[in-house]
Design a protein around this ligand. Structure first.
Ligand code: 6R9
Length: 663
C-alpha cells in the first residue's frame, strides 16, 4: 500500500500514456485532433467558438455577432442571440427522446436513493418556476438559494434560469452574517432554503440561519422565503413571508414557457474570496457560460450517453454549478447527486456509492482523496480494494493542486491503473475548465494539469506581460477572451477591472491570481499556488483579509490579527492566525480557552470552514519600522521553518520567538 506524503505542488516526471482504445474512441481522439482544434482556434478564434456555440446549444434567436470587444474588458459573446439555459438542459433532451432517461440519482445522507427522469425533472422545474412567478419574481430579479445538496437545490437553480431570474447560491456552511452580506449585496427578492440539512447523521439548521441573516439588517429587498421540507424538524415560521415550497408548488401547472433571454443575460452570481475586501459576486452570462459547461463536460470527461457521472462538489461552489446543475444536464447525462459526507457512515461511502450506482466518471477534490487515503490506511475495511470499482473509466480532480503521492494512490487504488485522471485547473471566474488533460489525448504527469483546453490562450508571464521561457515560473494569464469568462463583479465594475485586467498588462490579459510554471520539455503547466493573499483550504477559497476582519471584529478581546496559510498534509493549506489581545498575552490553559472562543467567533462570522487551525498569541506582530506587518516572516513561523529571510528591517525581532511558541 502506498503511503500519503505531505502535499507538495511540484509535479513528478512520470508520464502515463493514454490507453489506445480510449484514444480511438474519445470525443477528442488523439494528439493530432487536439492540435487541429488548437490550430482552428488560433486561426480564427471567433469562428471556432461560434461553431461550437451552434453545435452545443439550441438558440431561440440565432446569434450573428460573436465577440464584441468594444467595451473591453467587459467582453460580450453571442450578443444578439437569445436562448434559455433550462430549455437547453431539459426540454431539448426530452425532444430528443430522453424523457424517461434518469437525469439524477439522488442519494440521501441516510442512503435512501431517488431516481429522477428528465421528464420528472422538467415538471418539477416548471412547477417551481411558476411558483416563483406567482410570487412576482421576474426576469433579472435575484434569488438567493441557501440549501444543502438536494434535488430541490438543482430544481431551484434551473427554475430561476427558466424565468430569467439570477440565482446566487450560498454554500450551506456559511454563517448568518456571511449569508446576510450576500443577500444584501445581490438585493435578492426571495430566498429559497430548507428546514434543515442532514449531514453525517446530524441535522443542522438552515431556515433558522436565514431568519437570523434577515434580522441582521440590510435585507429589506427580500419579500418571501420558500422553505423545502427536508428533515421535518421544527423550524421558526413567519407567515405570510415564509411559505412551504411543497404547498405553493402543488398548486402550479407542470408547464412553463421558458423566458428567452439574451446570451449576455446574467445566469448567476456566485460569491468568492479575493485578496482584499469582501467576497465578490462573480457574474456569469447565459450563453457563453452554458457553452463552456457543456463543452468541457463533453471533452474533458469524454461523457457518453451510457455514462453515470458523479461530481462530488456542492452546488454552493462553482464546480457544482458547472458540473452538476448545468454541464451534465445540457448533455442529457445521468448523474449522481449526493447529500452526505465521504466519511459517513464510514470512509468507504464514496467507494460503495461508485459500486452501487455503477459510476463511470468520478470527479472529486484532492482533499477528499487525501483524507480517504488516511482512513484506508488505518482501517482496511474502507480501502477502495474492498469494493467493485470496475465500472470506472475516467477520474477527475479539482479545486487545488493534487500532490503526486495522492495522484498515484487515486490512479492505482481507485482507477485500477486503467482510468486516466483529468487534473482540471479552473476558477469560479473562468466558468469551466481552463487547463486540463483530455482522456484520449494527453499523456499524464502526476501533479500537472498539463495543457490548455482547446481555445484557451493560457500563458505564463512576468510582471510586464512578457512570456516566460519554459522551465521558469511566472504568473498565469489568459491572453484572449473566452465565452465563459466572468463578466463583471456585481455592483463593482472597477474592482473587476483592477482584479482581473490590471494596467500592467494594458488591460489585455486576464490575470488568474495563480503562479505557474511550464515544463521545460513538454510545456505542461503546473500550478504553483496563489500569488495573492487567497488561501486554499480543502479546496475552498478563503481571503486572509476576511478572516482578519472577523477576528478584529471581536472588539472586546482582539487588538490586532494577521492570518497566513501554512502547508497541511490533508487540507492542502491550513489557516494560521497571529493574534494580539487587548489584555496580556495568554499562556497554557488560558490560551487554549481563548483560542477556542476565537475559533467559534470566526465560525459565527463566516462559517466553520474559516476557523483557524492554529492560533498563536503575541504581545505584538512582526512589523517594519513603517508599521507594515511582515507576512512573509509569519508564513515561515506558521510553517515552523527556520527564519532565513532578512530581518534587518524588523522593528521587534524578539516577537518571532514568542509567536513560534505553542501552548
Ligand atoms: C474550480 C475551483 C480556484 C483556485 C485557483 C487555484 C485552485 C483549482 C486547481 C487549482 C491547482 C488544480 N485550483 N483547481 N490549483 N490545480 N487543478 O476550484 O474554483 O473555488 O474559484 O478556486 O483553486 O488556486 O485559482 P475556485
Amino acid at each position: 500500500m502506498t503511503t500519503a506524503t505531505p502535499a507538495t505542488t511540484s509535479a513528478s516526471t512520470a508520464l502515463y500514456a493514454p490507453d489506445e482504445a480510449l484514444v480511438r474512441s474519445a470525443h477528442v481522439s488523439g494528439r493530432e485532433a487536439y492540435d487541429r482544434l488548437v490550430a482552428e482556434a488560433d486561426a480564427d478564434h471567433e469562428a471556432y467558438w461560434a461553431r461550437l456555440a451552434r453545435e452545443y446549444l439550441d438558440w431561440k434567436q440565432p446569434f450573428t455577432q460573436v465577440l464584441d470587444s468594444s467595451q473591453a474588458p467587459f467582453f460580450r459573446w453571442f450578443g444578439d442571440g437569445t436562448l434559455n439555459a433550462s430549455y437547453n438542459c431539459l426540454d431539448r433532451n426530452i425532444e430528443r427522446g430522453l424523457g424517461k432517461k434518469t437525469a439524477l440519482i439522488f442519494e440521501a445522507d441516510d442512503g435512501q436513493v431517488t431516481h429522477v427522469s428528465y421528464s420528472d425533472l422538467l415538471e418539477r422545474v416548471c412547477r417551481t418556476a411558476n411558483a416563483l412567478k406567482s410570487l412576482g419574481v421576474k426576469k433579472g430579479d435575484r434569488v438567493v438559494i441557501y440549501i444543502a445538496m438536494s434535488i430541490d437545490g438543482v430544481v431551484a437553480m434551473q427554475a430561476c434560469a427558466r424565468i430569467g431570474a439570477i440565482h446566487s447560491v450560498v454554500f450551506g456552511g456559511f454563517s448568518a452574517q456571511a449569508l446576510r452580506d450576500r443577500i444584501a449585496d445581490t438585493g435578492a427578492v426571495l430566498v429559497i432554503t430548507a428546514d434543515q440539512q442532514a449531514r453525517g447523521g446530524k441535522h443542522l439548521p438552515l431556515k433558522a440561519i436565514v431568519d437570523e441573516a434577515l434580522m441582521l439588517g440590510g435585507c429589506d429587498s427580500v419579500r418571501n422565503v420558500l422553505v423545502a421540507r427536508r428533515t421535518g424538524g421544527a423550524v421558526p415560521f413567519q407567515a405570510p413571508r415564509d411559505l412551504w415550497l411543497a404547498d405553493i408548488v402543488a398548486a402550479q401547472s407542470v408547464s412553463c414557457e421558458p423566458e428567452w433571454v439574451e446570451a449576455e443575460h446574467p445566469l448567476f452570481l456566485l460569491y468568492t474570496s479575493g485578496s482584499t475586501g469582501k467576497p465578490k459576486g462573480v457574474q456569469h452570462s447565459t450563453g457563453g457560460y452554458l457553452l463552456h459547461a457543456a463543452l468541457t463536460c463533453h471533452w474533458t470527461f469524454d461523457l457518453r450517453p451510457e455514462d453515470v457521472f458523479w461530481c462530488t462538489a456542492d452546488i454552493g461552489w462553482v464546480t457544482g454549478h458547472s458540473y452538476i446543475t448545468y454541464g451534465p444536464l445540457a448533455l442529457g447525462a445521468t448523474q449522481v447527486v449526493f447529500e452526505g459526507v465521504p466519511t459517513y457512515p464510514d470512509a468507504g461511502r464514496f467507494w460503495k456509492m461508485i459500486q452501487d450506482h455503477h459510476v463511470t466518471v468520478f470527479y472529486t477534490a484532492p482533499t477528499a482523496i487525501r483524507s480517504l487515503i488516511k482512513a484506508a490506511e488505518s482501517n482496511p475495511a474502507v480501502h477502495p480494494s474492498r469494493y467493485d470499482l470496475s465500472s470506472l473509466r475516467i477520474l477527475g480532480s479539482v479545486g487545488e493542486p493534487i500532490n503526486p503521492a495522492a495522484w498515484e494512490w487515486y490512479h492505482e487504488h481507485v482507477g485500477g491503473r486503467r482510468c486516466p485522471i483529468v487534473d482540471t485547473f479552473w476558477q469560479t471566474e473562468t466558468g469551466g475548465h481552463m487547463i486540463t488533460p483530455l482522456p484520449g489525448v494527453t499523456p499524464l504527469v502526476p501533479g500537472s494539469c498539463t495543457l490548455p483546453f482547446p481555445g484557451i490562450a493560457a500563458a505564463v508571464v512576468d510582471e510586464t506581460g512578457q512570456e516566460m521561457p519554459w522551465g521558469e515560473g511566472g504568473m498565469l494569464v489568459v491572453k484572449r477572451p473566452w465565452p465563459s469568462m466572468i463578466r463583471t463583479i456585481w455592483n463593482d465594475p472597477d474592482r473587476f477591472k483592477k482584479s482581473y485586467f490590471p494596467d500592467e498588462f494594458q488591460g489585455r490579459y486576464y490575470l488568474a491570481g495563480d503562479g505557474a510554471i511550464r515544463d521545460a520539455k513538454t510545456g505542461y503547466f503546473t500550478i504553483t499556488g496563489r500569488i495573492d493573499d487567497v488561501l486554499n483550504v480543502s479546496g475552498h477559497r478563503m481571503g486572509t483579509m476576511e478572516i482578519e476582519s472577523a477576528l478584529v471584529g471581536k472588539t472586546d478581546l482582539v487588538a490586532e490579527a494577521a492570518v497566513v496559510g501554512r502547508p497541511d498534509d490533508t487540507t492542502g493549506e491550513a489557516i494560521c492566525a497571529f493574534v494580539v489581545l487587548k489584555r496580556n498575552r495568554p499562556q497554557g490553559e488560558d490560551a487554549k480557552k481563548i483560542a477556542a472562543e476565537l475559533r467559534d467567533w470566526v465560525a459565527k462570522e463566516i462559517g466553520p470552514i474559516a476557523k483557524p487551525k492554529d492560533i498563536r498569541f503575541g504581545d505584538n506582530l512582526p512589523k517594519t519600522r513603517s508599521g507594515k506587518i511582515m507576512r512573509r516572516l509569519l508564513r515561515s513561523v506558521a510553517a515552523g521553518e527556520a527564519i532565513k529571510q532578512d530581518i534587518s528591517t524588523l522593528e521587534n525581532p524578539a516577537i518571532l520567538e514568542q509567536l513560534g511558541q505553542t501552548y
